[in-house]
Design a protein around this ligand. Structure first.
Ligand code: ADP
Ligand code: TRP
Length: 325
C-alpha cells in the first residue's frame, strides 16, 4: 500500500498532530507500507511569510518527525518544495478544477473568518494538496478529521483529470482517519490547533508541559463535589495517555467527589512527559546535528522526485504537454 501525508511547518508539533496523524504514520510505517511523509512548506506559505520563521519551522518539524520515529530507512521523508513537479501538477489540476468546488472548502472559509488574507494560494490550497497526494500515486492518506474534505476533493480532481484525458493517469486515494483521535481537544476544549493558541506542544520541557496542563479550562465545581468526567477537557486528554485501568480509576474518583481538577491535571502532565521523554531526548540530539537532518531531507527529496517525475511524464503525455528538455 502506498501511504502519503504531510504537516505544514506553520508552528510547533502538538499533541493533536501526534494522535491525529503522526501516530498513524508510525503504525503504517511499522507495517511495512511504502510511506511518503513530507513537510508542506509551500502550503505553509499561505500563512507564514517570514523567511527565517519558515526556514526554522521547516527544520523544527523535520526534527520532530525524526525524533518521534519516522525512519528515513523505511519511509521517504522530505520537504515538499524539493519536488517542484508538485507545483506543475497543481497547475494541471487547476485547469480541471471548478471554482465552485474550491468555494465549498470549509478550511478556506474558516481561515478567512479567522482573518487570514484571502490569497489565491489559500484558495488553491486543496488543489496543491491534491497534487501532493496524486503525484506519489498514494492509496491512503492518514490525517485528522479536518482533512477529510481535502482528500475527498483530491478524489474528485483526480477523477476529473482521468476523465479529461481518457485514461487512469492518477490514483484515487482514501483518507485514513482513526475515529477515537480524529479531533483531539485543546486546552480550551475546541479542536487543538496552532491557530487557536490552545495546543500542548510535544517538544517542550516537563515544567512547560505542567504549566500548559494547569491552564486547561475546567468548570468551577469545588474539590469535594462529584464531577462529570464525560464533560471534562482534562479527562478527554487523559484518555489518550493513560491506561484503561487508570482512566476507569480517575473517572470513578470524579464521580465520587473529593478529587480536584488540579490533581487530574498534574497526573496528565506526568503522563505526557513520560510519553514523550525518549522523543524529547532524540529531538535535543538532532538539534545538535543539523547536517544529519539536512542530509536525510536531501536523500528523501531525491527519492521523492524520482517517483513524482515518473507520474508527471505520464500526465504530461496524456495532456499533450510537449517537452524540449
Ligand atoms: P493545526 O490545526 O495545528 O495547524 P495541521 O493543520 O498542521 O495542524 O495538522 C497536521 C495534521 O495533524 C493533519 O493531519 C491534521 O488533521 C492533524 N491534526 C491537527 N490537529 C488535530 C487535532 N486537534 N485532532 C486530530 N488531528 C489533528
Ligand atoms: N493540509 C494538511 C494540513 O493542514 C497538510 C497537507 C498538505 C497534507 N499536503 C498534504 C496532508 C497531503 C495530507 C496529504 O494538515
Amino acid at each position: 500500500m502506498r501511504i502519503l501525508s504531510g504537516i505544514q511547518p506553520s508552528g510547533r508539533l502538538h499533541v493533536g498532530n501526534y494522535f491525529g496523524a503522526i501516530r498513524q504514520y508510525l503504525k503504517l510505517q511499522a507495517e511495512g507500507n511504502q510511506c511518503f511523509y513530507f513537510i508542506a512548506n509551500y502550503h505553509a506559505m499561505t500563512s507564514v511569510q517570514d523567511r527565517s520563521t519558515l526556514e526554522e519551522m521547516t527544520l523544527d518539524v523535520a526534527r520532530g518527525y525524526l525524533a518521534l520515529g519516522i525512519d528515513p530507512e523505511k519511509s521517504t521523508f522530505f520537504v515538499q518544495s524539493d519536488v517542484p513537479q508538485v507545483a506543475e501538477l497543481c497547475w494541471i489540476l487547476n485547469c480541471v478544477c471548478p471554482v465552485s468546488l474550491m468555494e465549498k472548502a470549509t478550511s478556506y472559509k474558516d481561515k478567512i473568518a479567522k482573518g487570514l488574507p484571502a490569497s489565491m494560494g489559500l484558495f488553491d490550497y486543496p488543489v496543491l494538496q491534491a497534487a501532493d497526494i496524486t503525484i506519489y500515486d498514494a492509496d491512503l492518506v492518514p490525517v485528522g478529521a479536518d482533512q477529510k474534505q481535502h482528500v475527498e476533493m483530491t478524489r474528485d480532481l483526480a477523477g476529473r483529470l482521468n476523465r479529461a484525458v481518457g485514461a487512469d493517469v492518477l490514483v484515487l486515494p482514501e483518507a485514513y482517519i482513526v475515529p477515537e483521535v480524529a479531533v483531539v481537544p485543546g486546552i480550551d476544549g475546541q479542536k487543538m490547533s496552532k491557530s487557536y493558541d490552545n495546543t500542548i506542544e510535544i517538544f517542550q520541557t516537563d515544567k512547560q508541559t505542567a504549566k500548559r496542563c494547569a491552564a486547561i479550562v475546567t468548570d468551577s465545581t469545588p474539590l469535594e463535589a462529584p464531577k462529570n468526567p464525560d464533560r471534562c477537557n482534562v479527562v478527554a486528554l487523559l484518555r489518550l495517555f493513560a491506561t484503561a485501568d487508570e482512566v476507569a480509576d480517575i473517572t470513578a474518583k470524579y464521580r465520587a467527589g473529593g478529587y480536584g481538577y488540579g490533581m487530574a491535571k498534574k497526573r496528565l502532565a506526568e503522563l505526557i512527559n513520560e510519553h514523550f521523554a525518549d522523543a524529547r531526548k532524540r529531538y535535543d540530539k538532532l538539534q545538535a546535528e543539523p547536517d544529519y537532518v539536512r542530509d536525510v531531507l536531501r536523500e528523501g527529496g531525491r527519492k521523492a522526485r524520482t517517483v513524482a517525475e515518473a507520474t508527471m511524464e505520464r500526465v504530461r503525455t496524456a495532456c499533450g504537454i510537449l517537452r524540449h528538455m
